[in-house]
Design a protein around this ligand. Structure first.
Ligand code: ADP
Ligand code: ADP
Length: 226
């Protein structure tokens, strides 16, 4: 059974149909890419899955159960974590302090630090927990975000245009982490507007155009360079 399944999800903003009867599914451990140009409806779709936008129509199933995701807290409770394109970090705090802010109340900072170090080792995510965010590169900030997401032990990890801030080397490191998560059964939704990027990462891609699913493709079989 799919980890996540959307059926005919529709969201309108006035006369703009941002998502027009979108259906998609992602299996446990699958890396699904969602490809679309600016304005295609990717962010809206992601916000629906993360509970920050409520769809006008459609159904959402998680691990086979019909769910209402009406807030980010609902999403988190289901095991959905998100890495936003625009990072949500306090610049004057350390990586660890930022991560701690996202944790449930009563989290022990010492335990957290241990877990940060374990998780970063396990997934090859290099982060200095005591570095001030202001001193970090964009790639490093993204690693803090990813680590924060992983500390919630998600079943589904969504990344919104994660490559826009990365050097080619950092991109390879990210892909390695994502492949490892996938092999451990974590589902991944990877949002992008570049077909080239997902060619080596993902075998399943849902293409959205003008709010609609335009195609489901295997990027590894596409020869056209976009
Ligand atoms: P993408 O992420 O693919 O760039 P979006 O989901 O941001 O696409 O936007 C899809 C369409 O919905 C666009 O036409 C955009 O202008 C519109 N839209 C998105 N969010 C809002 C909003 N909060 N209010 C009005 N229109 C919106
Ligand atoms: P992204 O790079 O994620 O697609 P956008 O620049 O499209 O970001 O949108 C930034 C924010 O503005 C999003 O929260 C989106 O929902 C909102 N937004 C996009 N288009 C509109 C619009 N036409 N009217 C109001 N809000 C919008």
């Amino acid at each position: 059974i799919p980890r996540l399944k959307l059926v005919n999800v529709t969201k309108r903003y006035g006369s703009t149909v941002a998502n027009d009867a979108i259906s998609l599914e992602v299996m446990p451990g699958e890396i699904l890419s969602v490809l679309g140009e600016n304005g295609a409806g990717k962010s809206t779709l992601m916000k629906i899955i993360f509970g920050s936008v409520t769809p006008d129509e459609g159904e959402i199933y998680f691990d086979g159960r019909k769910v209402n995701i009406s807030s980010p807290a609902d999403a988190r409770e289901l095991g959905i974590a998100m890495v936003f394109q625009h990072f949500v970090l306090f610049e004057t705090l350390t990586a660890k302090e930022n991560i701690l802010l996202g944790m449930p109340e009563g989290t022990d900072p010492k335990e957290l630090e241990k877990e940060i170090i374990e998780k970063s080792r396990h997934y090859g995510i290099e982060v200095d927990p005591n570095a001030i965010v202001n001193d970090l590169s964009m790639g490093e900030r993204q690693r803090v975000e990813i680590l924060r997401a992983l500390l919630t032990n998600p079943k589904l990890l969504i990344l919104d245009e994660p490559t826009s801030v990365l050097s080619p080397l950092a991109l390879q490191a990210l892909f390695k982490t994502l492949r490892q998560l996938s092999s451990e059964g974590v589902s991944i939704i990877f949002i992008t507007h570049k077909l080239n990027e997902i060619r080596e990462l993902s075998k399943h891609c849902t293409v959205i155009r003008s709010g609609e699913v335009a195609a489901n493709i295997n990027p590894q079989e596409m020869t056209e360079q976009e």
